[in-house]
Design a binder for this molecule. Structure first.
Ligand code: CP
Ligand code: NVA
Length: 307
């Protein structure tokens, strides 16, 4: 059956747990210097309508390590920029390549692409979701602190694409999400399910939100595509910063995560992102290991991982 990964909950809980176990094995194998080439002869096409450092490098390197090839297409490289439809682009690309990763603006674009594709489509970030990011983030938490079920994750700042993905993950894996965002930047209730609502608690005060959290996370105040709001957001979000005083409110062994790129001195201070609680760099590296597990899963299916 053709599978896509457009939202975090396109996978079941059991499949997400499989991906975590598989990422561990794939990462260990790489570290042991052993090759793992299940995707020889397969090609990944990537379409970028927004900038990227981690997503591009992690998919490109990861696909290569799995034995496959990569074609990286920026918006202006392809005829979509000159009006070829998403549907036709999907029909054509999916006759030639084996899997497609897309970074774009509207979630509807990746959904339309997937609906006309013969091959799996992966969401590499839209305005609405960033499922590969949260897959890597929770895998990173698991590596350092064990299962996330029952824990509290606090999101400080903008309830953006990464936040809504965390909320999907909370419903799927059963953990709590605390959110503190400025007035005027609420959660859109129309976008969340009853199960997600049940895992979410919102706070006006970021310090109150952080009490009891095992994982403190944030993101830029202005996401890609919203640059026109930059100045307004700088003013509105100035008190929603993860700094040492805020981190002290969390549990003693709390970790800090940031999907990156960070705007140091805005949503996070140097002392936190460079400090002992920060997992930001492991998190970035784990994008590659988690996505390798995902690529293998979408193209080959579940593989029995030796314990
Ligand atoms: N976190 C993330 O997706 O980074 P890039 O924008 O660099 O791909
Ligand atoms: N929320 C950010 C994440 C970047 C990886 C954005 O969409 O720009």
């Amino acid at each position: 059956m053709l599978r896509h990964f457009l939202q975090f909950n396109d996978c079941s809980r059991a499949e997400i747990e499989y991906l975590f176990a598989r990422a561990r094995w794939i990462k260990d194998r790489l570290r042991q210097g052993k090759s793992h080439l299940p995707l020889q002869g397969k090609t990944l096409a990537m379409i970028f309508e927004k900038a990227s450092t981690r997503t591009r490098v992690s998919f490109e390197t990861g696909m290569g390590q799995l034995g496959g090839n990569v074609i990286c297409l920026s918006k202006n490289d392809i005829q979509m920029a000159r009006g070829e439809t998403v549907q036709d682009t999907a029909r054509v690309l999916s006759r030639m390549v084996d899997v497609v990763m897309i970074r774009t603006f509207a979630q509807t674009m990746v959904e339309t692409f997937a609906a006309h594709s013969r091959v799996p489509v992966i969401n590499g970030l839209t305005n609405e979701y960033h499922p590969c990011q949260v897959l890597a983030d929770i895998y990173t938490f698991l590596e350092h602190r064990g299962p996330i079920t029952g824990k509290t994750v606090v999101w400080i700042g903008d309830p953006n694409n990464v936040f809504y993905t965390w909320l999907q993950a909370a419903a799927l894996l059963d953990f709590k999400v605390h959110l503190s965002s400025p007035a005027g930047y609420p959660v859109d209730d129309a976008r969340i399910t009853a199960a997600e609502r049940a895992r979410l608690e919102t706070f006006a005060d970021p310090f109150a939100a952080t009490r009891g959290a095992a994982l403190v996370t944030t993101d830029v105040w202005t996401s890609m595509g919203f640059e026109a709001e930059n100045e307004q957001r700088r003013r509105d979000f100035q008190h929603w910063q993860v700094n040492a005083a805020l981190m002290k409110q969390a549990t003693a062994d709390a970790v800090f995560m940031h999907c990156l790129p960070a705007h140091r001195g805005e949503e996070v201070t140097d002392e936190v992102i460079d400090g002992p609680q920060s997992l930001a760099w492991d998190e970035a590296e784990n994008r590659m290991h988690a996505q390798k597990a995902l690529l293998e899963f979408l193209l080959v299916g579940e593989v029995k991982t030796p314990s």
